[in-house]
Design a binder for this molecule. Structure first.
Ligand code: PLP
Length: 519
């Protein structure tokens, strides 16, 4: 298997042939083409009818802006704009979302209802604690269950996403090393299959990143780990189950070797969905692990979040946890906010307030509604569904690691496309024409032309079959010389092949009338 270091290939917009039929206005079926909101409506229009102010004079000493360029739309125009945009977007409520390393699962409406209760939704982060006892109680219970499910003694709730949690964990590790006179440890070891946030976080904290090799069966290479562990190593960051969808079989040995070398074991817990209720990371020797509430505990994500990334900590790291945290006494719940007393060694704070309260409520509602048996079943069904997909596609596509079962995601490479002229990207784009969001492509980088599929536990057998039938039909078409279907795909999407590299490298973040006029 060869390394793929070039990233994902993209093609400039317009390079693919157009589909046979073009409407005159860019509309498709009942879906109209939709401009930016700033291109709609004049500035002078508003959706409300307000009386003229009875005095003209401004009390802002002439600092008012005369022409604030806000779009003017009537209420139905504004409604239609956003509803049309929403129709162009894919959603977990429309179909299975096969993205791997993401756990995009159904978000029960019960969670949403709980998060909208005024006592949670309308609470100000600076409200006196005496008026926020219910919210603090919920944070305390959530912390309890996160510690119980992971078998870890402490948790920092405030990090706002997985990557933010990684930062929190590494800052705890750094503080612990410095407190022990080990501040000279400057290296973090990361396996080649790691998610990009792992090396990025380590670099952000100021560490040097060194890679640990992978075995042919997709796991951490113990011999290479042993070779690289030394007096300069501060921590290792290992994802378990890993990004190839495989359980790290030697996890106990990994943690033993790491601790013997005086380093800490950071576990990337983004894939906790696959083992929740079955495996407690604390029993595996983990020192710090973030939990993406938006992946494991079913809070909405995609489209920019918000997420929540609480970090569970071992006894050794707990004293360095960032403020604030919730404590309880006979008088009720309090917040520890200052770096004194039991928080004397806290490394600081991760954010201004307490974290993502709305996500805490959703995650807690999800935990309570599932119960301990339900959470265990989540992991079992997530793994079962991924293995079902792997088994149903194994004869038409090539599993990257065919031997043995996978965990919560099924990983395929592109060997089965050899000689067809169709690439992973083409195949993924053709899925859009069949009504499915593409799977994660070209990740992990260690697998050539990777296609990573994570169905999650919330898909029924019928939905899984629909998905597998679509992929089987496409796979047969790819191997049956139907190359044009793939090269020009997606034929039916509102936009076709975008120049994603250009969009990422030179994002145009502000709309300016002149820019549009000039083009
Ligand atoms: C999603 C993910 C992350 C980052 O989490 P965010 O919440 O997106 O910041 C880190 N590692 C792995 C393996 C992931 O899948």
């Amino acid at each position: 298997m060869t390394m793929q270091n070039v990233g994902r290939p993209t093609r400039p917009e317009g390079a693919s042939e157009t589909a046979g039929f073009q409407s005159l206005t860019g509309g498709r079926g009942l879906l109209q083409d939709e401009p930016l909101i700033f291109e709609l409506g004049g500035w002078s229009k508003t959706g409300v009818d307000l009386p003229e102010p009875d005095q003209d004079a401004s009390d802002l000493a002439g600092l008012t802006r005369a022409d604030l360029p806000l779009p003017g739309l009537s209420e139905p125009e504004a409604m239609r704009h956003y509803v049309r945009l929403s129709q162009k977007n894919h959603a977990i409520d429309l179909a299975l979302y096969p993205l791997g390393s993401c756990t995009m699962k159904h978000n029960p409406r019960l969670n949403e209802k709980a998060a909208r209760l005024p006592g949670f939704a309308d609470l100000h982060p600076l409200a006196p604690v005496a008026t926020a006892q219910g919210a603090l109680a919920l944070m305390d219970r959530l912390a309890h269950w996160l510690k119980t499910l992971t078998g870890m003694p402490a948790v920092a709730l405030s990090p706002k996403a997985g990557a933010h949690g990684e930062l929190c964990g590494l800052l705890c590790i750094k503080a612990a090393h410095e407190a022990a006179g080990q501040g000279h440890r400057r290296t973090v070891l990361v396996p080649t299959s790691a998610h990009g946030t792992n090396p990025a976080t380590a670099a952000f904290v100021g560490y040097t990143v060194a890679e640990i090799a992978q075995t042919p069966d997709g796991r951490v290479d113990l011999a290479d780990l042993e070779l690289k562990l030394g007096p300069d190593v501060a921590a290792i960051m290992v994802t378990n189950p890993n990004t190839c969808g495989l359980f790290e079989r030697d996890i106990l040995e990994i943690s033993r070797l790491t601790h013997a070398a005086g380093a800490y074991f950071y576990c990337d817990g983004a894939n906790f969905n696959a083992i929740v209720g079955r495996v407690r990371p604390g029993d595996l020797g983990v020192d710090a692990m973030h939990i993406n509430l938006h992946k494991t505990f079913s809070t909405p994500h995609g489209g920019g979040g918000p997420g929540a990334g609480p970090v569970v900590l071992s006894e050794a790291l707990a004293p360095f946890a960032p403020a604030p945290w919730v404590v309880s006494s006979a008088e009720g719940f309090e917040l520890v906010e200052e770096p004194t007393a039991e928080a004397a060694q806290a490394f600081g704070r991760m954010c201004a307030f307490h974290g993502q309260m709305g996500m805490f409520v959703r995650a807690y509602a999800y935990m309570l509604s599932h119960g301990s048996d339900g959470l265990r079943q989540v992991a079992e069904d997530a793994v079962l569904n991924a293995n079902y997909v792997k088994a149903r596609l194994a004869d038409v596509m090539t599993p990257a690691f065919p031997d043995g079962p996978c965990m919560h995601e099924a990983l395929f490479d592109d060997r089965w496309l050899d000689g067809t002229g169709v690439t992973t990207l083409d195949f993924a784009k053709a899925m859009i024409d069949e009504g499915f969001h593409p799977m994660t492509m070209y990740f992990p980088l260690v697998v050539h032309g990777a296609m990573l599929i994570e169905p999650t536990e919330t898909e029924s057998r019928r939905e899984l079959d629909r998905f597998c039938e679509a992929l089987r039909a496409l796979a047969n078409a790819a191997r049956g010389n139907d190359k044009d279907r793939f090269k020009a795909a997606p034929h039916l999407a509102p936009l076709r092949r975008l120049d994603e590299t250009l969009a990422a490298r030179k994002p145009r973040l502000a709309w300016k009338p002149e820019t549009l006029a000039a083009e």
